[in-house]
Design a protein around this ligand. Structure first.
Ligand code: ADP
Length: 166
């Protein structure tokens, strides 16, 4: 694989995301972690904050770049010359939607394939929403997110509470 894209909201990046990033980076020459800027959603962290946290989390992983995008992923992939989308799968419940997206992206851009990486067993339950819920209720998020961003999450969520929309 030459250039691959790993898209997501990353609101915020979790240890599960970082695991997929590290494994995907080993499979391609260049991995672009693409942070979706979706006007319709109200995330806990702005796109800039999410990119900044991701950059700190992937510091030291060679061949990984973090960028922000909006609009159609198939168009963005074409623009970057990427021929592979990376997705993580946690459970069967992720599959149906991801299968539909993979086929839609291939219809829009026939040169684009989606490669699914299975979650590592220890991160199977982990999502950005779970992290925010635990933090909002005063729980310990150590090990659930990269160490370098743990304080950013605690500060924001404990100050503002559950203000995001899923
Ligand atoms: P969320 O983490 O809230 O489900 P994202 O849009 O940020 O949502 O996820 C981006 C990508 O990362 C998706 O392909 C998702 O399936 C994958 N992913 C998220 N959490 C994990 C995890 N714990 N293990 C493997 N893949 C994951």
């Amino acid at each position: 694989m030459k250039t691959a894209i790993y898209p997501g909201s990353f609101d915020p990046v979790t240890a599960g995301h970082l695991d997929i990033i590290r494994r995907a980076a080993g499979l391609c020459d260049r991995l672009i972690v693409a942070v979706l800027h979706n006007q319709a959603k109200k995330p806990a962290f702005s796109p800039e904050e999410r990119c900044d946290m991701l950059r700190r989390a992937v510091d030291g992983v060679p061949n990984v770049e973090v960028r922000m995008f909006s609009g159609l992923l198939a168009d963005y992939a074409k623009q970057l010359g990427a021929e592979t989308i990376i997705k993580g799968l946690r459970a069967v419940s992720d599959f149906e939607y991801e299968f539909q997206m993979a086929l839609a992206n291939r219809k829009l851009n026939p040169h684009l394939d989606t490669v699914f990486l299975m979650t590592s067993a220890e991160y199977m339950y982990l999502s950005s929403s779970i992290v925010k819920d635990i933090a909002a209720h005063g729980g310990d998020i150590t090990g659930l997110v990269p160490d370098s961003i743990q304080d950013d999450i605690l500060l924001r969520i404990r100050k503002e509470g559950n203000t995001w929309q899923r």
